[in-house]
Design a protein around this ligand. Structure first.
Ligand code: DC
Length: 225
C-alpha cells in the first residue's frame, strides 16, 4: 500500500496533537510533532538568554542542534543533541518563546530541512502550522483542524493544569496566551498559519477526539482504495 504523507495544521488547542498521534497509530504510521521542534530551538535559545530576534545567534544555535523522536512505553519522546527534552519544552514560557523564534527566517529554514528529512520515507502524519502550505505542499492528504476560541482555551487550560497542577494555572492567563500566540502565528510574514487551499477543514468544537480521527480515517480510506 502507498506510504502516504498526511499533514495536520491548525491553531493551538484545536486538538492536532492528540488526533495526529491517534491517526498515526491507527494507520501504523510515524507521527511528527513539528511544534516540538520549534519548542526545542526555543529551549536552546532560552538557555543562552539571547534575544529571540538576534538572527546570527539563533542561526548559530540551530547549527549545533540535532533532533530525534523516539518511541517509548509512555509515548513519543523528543531528544535534542541526545538528551530527552520532552517535559522541559511544555511550559508556558517556552510556548511563547517558540512562537517568537518561529517568525525568524533562519529558524524556519533550519527546521524545514529537519522536517523534510524526518518525513522523507512517507507513512507519516506531520502536525504543525505550515506543513500543508510550505513544508509539504504536495502531501497526499491535508487536514486543517480548528475549534472555536473558548473551546481551544479550555483544552489548553486542562492540558496545562494536568501537567503543572491547577494552582499554578489561571484560565484568564491561558486565554490571553492563546489569543496572543494565535495572532502572532497567523500574522507573521513567513509561513503564517493558514489552511492550504486543498486542505480538508474540520471544526472539532463539538466533536469527540475519536470522531475526528474516524472522519480523517474515512477521507484517507477514500484515497487509498
Ligand atoms: O504546536 P505547538 O504549540 O507546540 O507550537 C509551538 C509554536 O511553534 C507555535 O506557536 C508556532 C510554532 N510552529 C510553527 O511556526 N510552525 C510549525 N509547523 C509548528 C509550530
Amino acid at each position: 500500500m502507498k506510504r502516504l504523507l498526511i499533514t495536520v495544521d491548525g491553531p493551538s488547542g484545536a486538538g492536532k496533537t492528540t488526533v495526529s498521534r491517534l491517526l498515526a497509530q491507527r494507520l501504523g504510521y510515524r507521527y511528527i510533532d513539528t511544534g516540538a521542534l520549534y519548542r526545542g530551538v526555543a529551549l536552546a535559545a532560552s538557555r543562552k538568554k539571547w534575544a529571540a530576534d538576534d538572527d546570527s545567534k539563533l542561526a548559530d544555535i540551530c547549527s549545533k542542534l540535532t533532533f530525534e523522536f523516539r518511541e517509548s512505553p509512555n509515548g513519543q519522546r523528543l531528544y535534542m543533541n541526545g538528551i530527552d527534552i520532552t517535559e522541559q519544552i511544555r511550559t508556558p514560557e517556552i510556548s511563547m518563546l517558540a512562537s517568537d523564534i518561529s517568525a525568524r527566517r533562519c529558524v524556519r529554514q533550519f527546521l524545514l530541512k529537519v522536517q523534510k528529512k524526518m518525513a522523507k520515507d512517507g507513512a507519516v502524519v506531520v502536525e504543525g502550522r505550515d506543513i500543508g502550505t510550505v513544508v509539504f505542499p504536495n502531501a497526499d492528504m491535508k487536514f486543517y483542524l480548528d475549534a472555536d476560541h473558548d473551546t481551544r482555551v479550555l483544552r489548553r487550560y486542562k492540558e496545562l493544569a494536568a501537567r503543572m497542577g491547577r494552582t499554578h494555572i489561571r484560565l484568564d492567563e491561558v486565554a490571553k496566551a492563546v489569543t496572543e500566540r494565535d495572532e502572532r502565528d497567523s500574522s507573521r510574514s513567513l509561513a503564517p498559519l493558514k489552511p492550504a487551499r486543498d486542505a480538508i477543514r474540520i471544526d472539532s468544537t463539538l466533536m469527540e477526539i475519536e470522531e475526528v480521527v474516524d472522519l480523517m480515517h474515512r477521507y484517507i480510506a477514500g484515497i487509498v482504495k
